[in-house]
Design a protein around this ligand. Structure first.
Ligand code: TXA
Ligand code: MG
Length: 328
C-alpha cells in the first residue's frame, strides 16, 4: 500500500476517514509519534500489532482528547488518579486504572487495567476529536526499533504498512510518556518519563519508582528488547571512556560515532559526534533523533551517560535499553 504523509486540515480529515474505516494512522504527540486505531474496533486494533510486528501480549494505551473521553474506558477513578490527571493532563503521562467494559481485550492484552493518556499536542488532540472515538496507540516504530520523533522516522519504519502519516513536525518532549499505575494501593511508576518521580510525589505524597529489579514485570513491554538501533550501541561512563571506546572501534575498522551533550562534544577533538544539546530538556528532545542518525552514519554508537537525576534519568532508562545495558 502507498503511505501518504499529509499536514494540516486535509491530514486530519483523511485520518478520521481511515480510522472510521478501521485502518491504522500514525499521528504526532508531544512525546513520540503514535500508531493509532479506533480503540473500540478489535479488527482495527489487530492491524496495529501487525504493522508494528508487536507481540499481542503487550497492551496498548488509549488516547483521549478531553476528560469526557474517559466514559466507558475505566471502571473507577481513584482519588490519586484524579489528582494526577488534574495536575498533568493533558501532557506526557499515562495513568493505569481498572478497565471499563467497553475496552476490548485486544487493547489491554487481557489485563483488567487500561492505560489512559491525554496528549497535549494540538494536532494529536484535533485528530482524536475529529475521529470522535478514543484512539489506541503504541509508538509508531517497528517493534524493538527506536521510537519515532518525526514523520520521517515513522515513514522509514512504516512505509508500505500503513495508509497515512499525519505530519505534525518534531516532537517537543522526545521520549515516551511516564507511566504510573494507579490501579494498586501504592502508586507505582512503570516507565519513567519527562514527568519525574519527584513531580508525581508532590501530588501523591509517595510513589514507588520502578527499580528494574521487580520480578513480575507489570508493564509487559519491559520484558522485550527496546529502542534498539540497528548497530551495536554502548554507554560511556564519561568523556574519557567515550573516546577510548571510539578509538578502539576505529582501530578495528568500525565507523563509530559519539552521542554527547554540547560540553562533552567540545572535548572530543575531531571524532565524529552528534550533539544533543546542553539542558536536560534538549537532551530528552534530541536523543531518539540522535540514535536514528547514529545508526545511519555509523556502525558503532557510543552514547555518553547523562546521569541518573530527573529527566536525564528517564533518558538513560531508554539509552541503556538501546545499549542492552552495556556500559564502557
Ligand atoms: O508517550 C507515549 O506513551 C507514546 C505515545 C504514542 O502516546 N506511546 C507509547 O506506547 O509509548 P507503547 O505501546 O510504545 O508503550 C506503552 C507501554 C508498553 O510497555 C505497555 O506494555 C505498557 O505501556 N502498558 C500499556 N497498558 C498497560 C497496562 N494496562 N498495564 C501495564 N502496562 C501497560
Ligand atoms: Mg514503544
Amino acid at each position: 500500500m502507498e503511505t501518504l504523509v499529509l499536514k494540516g486540515r486535509e491530514a486530519l480529515e483523511k485520518g478520521a476517514e481511515y480510522i472510521a474505516d478501521g485502518q491504522v494512522v500514525a499521528f504526532p504527540t508531544e512525546t513520540v509519534y503514535g500508531l493509532g486505531a479506533d480503540a473500540f474496533n478489535e479488527d482495527a486494533v489487530k492491524k496495529i500489532f501487525e504493522a508494528k510486528g508487536r507481540p499481542s501480549d503487550n497492551p496498548l494505551i488509549v488516547h483521549i482528547a478531553d476528560k469526557d473521553g474517559l466514559n466507558g474506558l475505566v471502571r473507577e477513578i481513584p482519588d490519586g488518579a484524579k489528582a494526577v490527571m488534574d495536575r498533568f493532563m493533558p501532557g506526557p503521562i499515562t495513568v493505569i486504572m481498572k478497565k471499563g467494559e467497553k475496552v476490548p481485550e485486544s487493547v489491554t492484552a487481557g489485563l483488567d487495567t487500561v492505560g489512559i493518556r491525554m496528549p497535549s499536542h494540538k494536532v494529536a488532540r484535533a485528530f482524536i476529536r475529529e475521529c470522535g472515538t478514543p484512539i489506541a496507540a503504541p509508538s509508531a516504530n517497528r517493534s524493538t526499533h527506536i521510537s519515532p520523533t518525526s514523520a520521517q522516522h515513522v515513514f522509514e519504519d512504516m512505509e508500505g504498512r500503513i495508509p497515512l502519516i499525519i505530519d505534525g513536525g518534531d516532537c517537543e518532549v522526545g521520549i515516551e510518556s511516564t507511566i504510573i499505575d494507579m490501579s494498586t494501593d501504592v502508586p507505582t511508576i512503570l516507565r519513567p518519563g519527562a514527568i519525574t518521580a519527584q513531580m508525581l510525589a508532590e501530588v501523591l505524597g509517595a510513589v514507588k519508582t520502578f527499580s528494574g529489579k521487580v520480578v513480575v514485570a507489570k508493564a509487559p513491554g519491559m520484558k522485550y528488547k527496546h529502542y534498539a538501533p540497528k548497530c551495536e550501541t554502548v554507554v560511556a561512563a564519561d568523556a574519557e571512556s567515550a573516546k577510548s571506546a571510539y578509538d578502539e572501534a576505529l582501530a578495528r575498522g568500525a565507523r563509530p560515532v559519539i552521542i554527547a551533550r554540547s560540553d562533552t562534544c567540545g572535548l572530543l577533538g575531531n571524532r565524529t559526534r552528534i550533539d544533543v544539546g546542553g539542558s536536560e530538556k534538549e537532551i530528552c528532545r534530541n536523543i531518539y533523533a540522535a540514535l536514528h542518525k547514529g545508526e545511519k552514519i555509523a556502525d558503532f554508537i557510543v552514547c555518553e551517560h547523562f546521569g541518573e537525576q530527573g529527566i536525564c534519568g528517564s533518558v538513560m532508562n531508554r539509552v541503556l535499553k538501546s545499549a542492552g545495558g552495556k556500559i564502557v
